[in-house]
Design a protein around this ligand. Sequence first.
Ligand SMILES: [Fe+2]
Length: 371
Amino acid sequence: MEAADFFRVSECKGQKTIDGEQVPLVLAPSDEGARSSGCEALVAALKANREWVEGKVVANSGVLLRGFDVRDAVEFNAVVEALGWPDIRYVGPAPRTHVHGRVWTANEGPLEEFTYYHHEMVLVRITKGGLVKLISSPSIFFACHCHFDQRSPLLTTKLGLMIDLDRSHAQIKEFPGKVILFCEVPPPSGGETPFVPSFRVTERALEEFPETVEELDARGLRYTFTALSKNDTKSMRGRGWEDAFATSDKAEAERRARALGMDVEWLPGGGGVRTVLGPRKLTRVFPGRKGRRMWFNTVVGMHGKELSSATLADGSEIPADFVRRCGEIIEEESIQFRWEKGDILILDNLATLHGRRPSLPPRRVLVATCK
Ligand SMILES: [Fe+2]
């Protein structure tokens, strides 16, 4: 079935028009689509129109499939498979549980926390021209995005390192291209998944701080995470480095960190270790996205926090007023919509930042991450 026969463009509260495009593009069943309703018909229509759907995801930065009565993880997995993008294993600090097939829980962190805006797996180390083996066994996965409420330093506990002892052969050669989210149980209040067209953040930052943006892009960024020692009774807020590196041997911890291209600095008095990652870009341009400069960094999320920092690659400070203003711009540019049961949101992960607002329970949003 032709896409135009099965889908119709609909609207949702909170959508925006950006650069002439509706964001997100809302696709609902057409009259004919509704007659053959149910997940099976959607799966068939997606399979038959993969290129068309991908074109919409890239052109509109996000597509919301609404009204197709997708009921559970099994049906959502069928939709993910139908879209045809290869799986990419999630690497990062969000606590996730495997549900079915390619489907995972999105984040089992406390619902009252705000998951700050990020591109999925923004900090993974990518090099051109081939696979980069990130991990040796036992594996250490570096935090790829940070989950915390920027208003409260107490919630920086989610920063840091994540260990995965099972995925000994994980290899990363590209950032995930698509993040697909499915709402199985919509929250009664809050719990939105706001997202932000990333290039708009760069555009607006350039309008206000052209020199700073260009300087940061040219000089590169450095991120640090501090993992305190579990033996330090004052450090209940942080994950201990022994957990982070899955060893209590300092030399082994250093070896594992360096295998990931990270430097480590031991803090005086046995207080823990600071891991240093960089240099990293402030913005990136990806093929097929109109040359847009994406705000592909976690400066706002990590700058000046208790257990993390973002600086220039040489360690010099990023101006605090610049970071604060960029945080405001991200919020102003964000798109909010209310989850409805059965919604599927397909985000172009190279073009959008996403987060999670605090929520009342229950809320169940599932995710699949794709190339
Ligand atoms: Fe995420």
